[in-house]
Design a protein around this ligand. Structure first.
Ligand code: FES
Ligand SMILES: [Fe+2]
Length: 416
């Protein structure tokens, strides 16, 4: 498939970067951002609202398609509590189901991943085809009223984009493609579906998941806490933020080239040739609401995922993906890239437990967000839109003020 021409987007963002680098104040029409209430990070009632209205109703990254490569390959997904499996059918379609037998609720798979011909329950051996249909029941004669057609595995919505499998527990959710809006168009140049996983690393952080996400939505902090890596690589004042519908956003930050630690300049760096120079000259990071953050690079890059493990614990997972290197060892580039990126993440994590303690102290009542941190505010606005302001305690709401500052869709998409 031809890669869409996104030169207009790239030019527009480059212009915005230049404007940001030169400005002396926020744009005149930019509204002051109210404080983000600290209770959003500490209160169980708010967390419960997020679970019910955000986590259980959003498109959520579950795995890479290549992790369920063959018919019968499956992966368990337990990050959010409800037990779910993603499985590739004989027809090559990737589907998701609750890992819940329709007899008495036992799991139909116990392992994290594997390959099966059928999904056979681990209790009394009810068996389901890979499309979820109930196909065999031992001692079926003892179930007087059983209609097998009615007792297939309960489906979870499952759609893919860019080699990533997304699931959604909300059967009435909009299609993933609509949810992602302009992102597939903009990121077609990355060829995400042709990438492969280099390494997956998991970190546990003692903070609310939003404190962790917040840390990846701005570059205001990089000169302070990343003075030897990101602070050197990037020009924090030359950063353009793009707010997109459904809470997504982009942050493009100009690179300080020739500093010796830019990934694209490393000897033997992999190269996604289809990516415009825009991505070589700038660090361009996206947030797919709610919990996926990815700074795309022509060399390969991490997909960062933030999972709430209760109110005050977060699991951050970095899934590094790269252009396929064929058979054999991964390119030596990764032995240099991974430790640098890990160091950046370690630095990012250092402040998060102390921030949580500050919030829990009750002395610190809220976050003051500046103009260049506005992606954070946009992310919180979207949380409220999903939850519904009327369901929330008034003192925990954030006022919606950024709606007029959303990027218009690219012309090619707006016309569709
Ligand atoms: S619970 Fe699955 S067969 Fe009984
Ligand atoms: Fe950082």
């Amino acid at each position: 498939m031809a890669i869409p021409d996104t030169s207009e987007i790239c030019r527009g963002v480059e212009d915005a970067i230049a404007w940001e680098a030169a400005r002396e104040a926020p744009p005149a029409d930019f509204p002051p951002l109210p404080e983000i209430p600290g209770g959003r990070y500490t209160r169980q009632d708010f967390h419960d609202l997020e679970v019910e209205h955000v986590w259980r109703k959003s498109w959520i990254y579950a795995c890479r398609e290549e992790e369920v490569r063959e018919p019968g390959s499956y992966r368990a997904f337990n990050k959010l509590g409800p037990p779910i499996i993603v499985v590739r059918g004989k027809d090559d379609v990737v589907r998701a189901f609750y890992n819940t037998c329709r007899h008495r609720g036992a799991p139909v798979v116990r392992d994290e991943a594997g390959k099966v011909g059928r999904l056979r329950c681990q209790y009394h051996s009810w068996s389901y085809a890979l499309d979820g249909t109930l196909v065999s029941v031992p001692d079926e004669r003892d179930f007087a009223c059983l209609n097998k057609a009615d007792r297939g595995l309960l489906p979870v919505r499952c759609e893919t984009w860019g080699g990533m499998v997304f699931i959604n527990e909300d059967q009435s959710a909009m299609p993933l493609a609509d949810y992602l809006g302009g992102l597939p168009h903009e990121l077609a140049c990355v060829g995400m579906d042709g990438l492969r996983v280099v390494e997956t690393v998991s970190y546990e952080i003692d903070c609310n998941w939003k404190a962790a996400v917040d840390a990846f939505l701005e570059v205001y902090h990089i000169n302070t806490i990343h003075p030897t890596n990101a602070g050197v690589m990037l020009h924090s004042k030359a950063a353009a933020m793009g707010l997109m519908p459904h809470g997504h956003s982009r942050m493009a930050t100009r690179k300080n080239m020739n500093q010796g630690i830019n990934f694209v300049e490393f000897e033997g760096a992999p190269d996604i040739a289809t990516m415009p120079d825009f991505y070589r000259n700038n660090n361009v990071a996206y947030n797919i609401f709610p919990n996926l953050v990815t700074p795309v690079e022509p060399t390969g890059f991490p997909i960062l995922l933030f999972w709430p493990r209760g109110l005050r614990k977060t699991e951050m997972v970095a899934v590094y993906v790269a252009p396929d290197w064929g058979d054999g060892e991964r390119p030596a580039f990764w032995d240099r890239f991974l430790p640098i990126f890990d160091a950046v993440l370690q630095e990012d994590m250092m402040n998060l437990a102390p921030i949580q303690q500050s919030l829990d102290s009750g002395a610190f009542t809220g976050m003051m967000i500046n103009y260049q941190e506005r992606r954070i505010y946009w992310f919180h606005e979207e949380l409220d839109r999903r939850i519904g302001a009327d369901r929330m305690p008034p003192e925990l709401r954030v006022a919606p003020v950024l709606g007029d500052h959303v990027e218009p869709l690219p012309l090619a998409l707006a016309a569709e």
